[in-house]
Design a protein around this ligand. Structure first.
Ligand SMILES: [Zn+2]
Ligand SMILES: [Zn+2]
Length: 138
C-alpha cells in the first residue's frame, strides 16, 4: 500500500509504501511551535519506503529539547512541514500524519515529552508515555 503526504499548497509531496515503523505523538515545545498545534504526530518510515518525492523543501535545523537536532523539511511556499529527520531515528523520515489527510491512519503507540504536554490533552490509556523521549526518563 502506498500513501501520499503533501503540503498545504500541493507544491511538495512524498509517497511512502508499507506501514509506518513507528507512529508517535510529541509534546515537545518545538513541535508545538513548529506545528502551531499543541502536539505533533509523526509517522516514521524507512528511507527505503519512500517511493516518490515531488518539489524541493527548505530545511530548518532545530535544536531539540533533548539537545539532539531535528531537521525540518518544509514548503517554502506554504510553510507546511513535509517531513523531519531526527538524530534519534537515523535512516528514517518522520512524516506529519496530518499531511496524509487519512483519518484511518494507524494510531500512535506512544506519546513523548509528556513533561510539556498541555494539561487538557488526554491520550488513550493503551499508549506508552514518556516524560521526555527516552524510556529511562519515564
Ligand atoms: Zn506548500
Ligand atoms: Zn517534538
Amino acid at each position: 500500500m502506498a500513501r501520499e503526504a503533501r503540503c498545504l499548497c500541493g507544491a511538495l509531496s512524498i509517497t511512502v509504501q508499507g506501514e509506518p515503523k513507528l507512529v508517535l505523538a510529541c509534546n515537545c515545545r518545538n513541535c508545538q511551535r513548529r506545528t502551531g498545534s499543541v502536539f505533533g504526530v509523526g509517522a516514521y518510515f524507512g528511507l527505503d519506503d519512500v517511493v516518490e518525492r515531488k518539489g524541493t523543501p527548505r530545511q530548518y535545523r532545530i535544536e531539540g529539547d533533548s539537545g539532539q537536532s531535528v531537521v525540518s523539511h518544509f514548503c517554502p511556499n506554504c510553510g507546511s512541514t513535509l517531513f523531519v529527520e531526527t538524530q534519534m531515528f537515523q535512516g528514517m523520515l518522520g512524516i506529519p500524519v496530518g499531511g496524509f489527510n487519512e483519518p484511518d491512519f494507524p494510531e500512535p503507540t506512544l506519546s513523548v515529552w509528556n513533561r510539556s504536554k498541555y494539561h487538557w490533552v488526554e491520550f488513550p490509556a493503551h499508549w506508552h508515555r514518556m516524560a521526555t523521549q527516552t524510556p529511562e526518563s519515564g
